[in-house]
Design a protein around this ligand. Structure first.
Ligand SMILES: Nc1ncnc2c1ncn2[C@@H]1O[C@H](COP(=O)(O)OP(=O)(O)OP(=O)(O)O)[C@@H](O)[C@H]1O
Ligand SMILES: [Mg+2]
Length: 393
């Protein structure tokens, strides 16, 4: 027996539900050969016992056909998180921490911040995922240079895409480019749940979640599905944006999500030719709001042409130009967020029990007319959910 024979045999074993084999996925490790006895480890991303059983049986069969007399296949499944002390419902238990990136208003730089913060966290040595939960306007694939790249999908299980050292998934990667989506609240809830349950995220230190603007069904569903460790709000310095950001910070409070800070984006302008910083929309205007909500401004990110071109070309600034002023500020914000998360976990973590739907199992909150769950911040339009997470619409 040689390592090559073992790998060739194992490359006939497909990962359950996928058209790719366990060798191509890079799951096979620590191959040991002693005569015709073979032992090896398969490091998988699923906790499901049936996946482990199928891989074990098929690997043994493939190796025995290739001449092995004894086969020892050790399956390594993701551990349930140890570092996070959070409690309550968690439908993505292999993820240790969840960061919700929110804003009251659209177009203030949420997606830009999510991408750059996620990559900066990975540069700091963490295992990071980035979920684009903006179902209507998924911009993350373009910003990550993954526009048009399709993930491996079989049934309802999907492998995340990878770029710049992080895992990523977006509705944009699952649908055709430019396709318009008109979804009702209950469909948004289902999509968010599937993003957490049916994407084969690795064992992550942190999943950064780029939310749609505002305070609606997506935010409530996320908070009910996983214990969100911390939230950040992105705002611009203008008063109109600040007004909306207050709503976003109040939402964190209602959803029992600790605030890890505010990013004041488009805070001044750095001229590319001279490097001189100009004040355009006002700078530092978010400070009173930070005081009001007992949090801090973790970055003042200037308008820098490299941020926009980096977004459009799929080359995020913290990766493409790490010595730029904006990249340094995003990196400092990422370090501050991680320090806050460690502190939250050291103090017992978070708990989402208080934001679960309030109706008994099997009874719809809508049909009983029951009071909405603790937080139902969504302004509702016709056809949207009642905001209780009942899922009956
Ligand atoms: N500091 C900045 N300097 C220059 N351009 C920026 C900056 N921040 C964001 N942009 C650009 O502004 C546009 C809007 O940013 P982005 O898409 O991140 O906002 P958003 O809050 O996610 O928007 P939406 O609510 O539509 O999801 C993008 O083209 C982005 O490249
Ligand atoms: Mg966005």
């Amino acid at each position: 027996m040689t390592e090559e024979i073992v790998k060739t045999a194992l490359s006939k074993v497909m990962y359950p539900g996928f058209t790719k084999d366990i060798v191509t996925f890079g799951f096979v490790k620590d191959i040991n050969i002693d005569g015709t006895a073979v032992s090896f480890t398969v490091d998988i991303t699923s906790n499901a016992p049936e996946v482990a059983e199928e891989i074990k049986a098929k690997s043994t069969e493939a190796l025995k056909s290739a001449g092995a007399t004894a086969v020892n296949c050790h399956i390594q499944s993701p551990m349930i998180p140890k570092e996070s002390s959070s409690q309550g419902k968690n439908i993505a238990p292999q993820v240790k921490n969840f960061l919700m990136v929110s804003s009251g208003k659209g177009g203030v730089g949420k997606s830009t911040s999510s991408v750059n913060i996620a990559i900066a966290l990975a540069q700091q040595g963490l295992k990071v995922g980035l979920l684009d939960a903006d179902i209507y306007g998924p911009n993350i694939p373009r910003m990550m240079g993954l526009n048009g790249v399709k993930p491996e999908v079989t049934g309802n299980k999907v492998m995340p895409l990878k770029a710049y050292g992080i895992e990523m998934m977006s509705m944009g990667a699952l649908m055709d480019e430019g396709q318009a989506l008109i979804w009702r609240g209950s469909m948004i809830m289902k999509a968010i749940e599937q993003f957490l349950r049916d994407i084969l995220w690795s064992e992550l230190d942190i999943l950064v979640i780029d939310m749609p603007p505002g305070t609606g069904d997506a935010q409530l569903t996320l908070a009910q599905s996983v214990p969100v460790t911390a939230g950040i709000t992105v705002t611009t310095p203008q008063s109109v944006s600040l007004d909306d950001s207050r709503r976003s910070l109040s939402m964190f409070k209602k959803l029992d999500i600790p605030v890890a800070g505010i990013i004041e984006n488009m805070s001044g302008f750095i001229a590319p030719d001279t490097g001189v910083e100009y004040d355009i929309f006002g700078k530092g205007t978010s400070q009173p709001m930070a005081d009001e909500f007992d949090t801090e401004i973790i970055a003042e990110v200037p308008i820098e042409p490299g941020i926009r071109t980096g977004g459009d070309e799929g080359k995020p600034i913290v990766f493409a130009n790490p010595t730029s002023e904006s990249a340094k500020r995003f990196s400092a914000a990422a370090a501050s967020i991680w320090a806050t998360i460690e502190e939250i976990n050291a103090n017992g973590g978070v708990d989402n029990k208080g934001v679960q739907p309030t109706t008994p199992p099997g009874v719809s909150a809508c049909s009983t007319g029951a009071a909405p769950a603790a937080a139902a911040p969504a302004p509702k339009s016709e056809g949207e959910s009642c905001g209780t997470g009942c899922g009956c619409h």
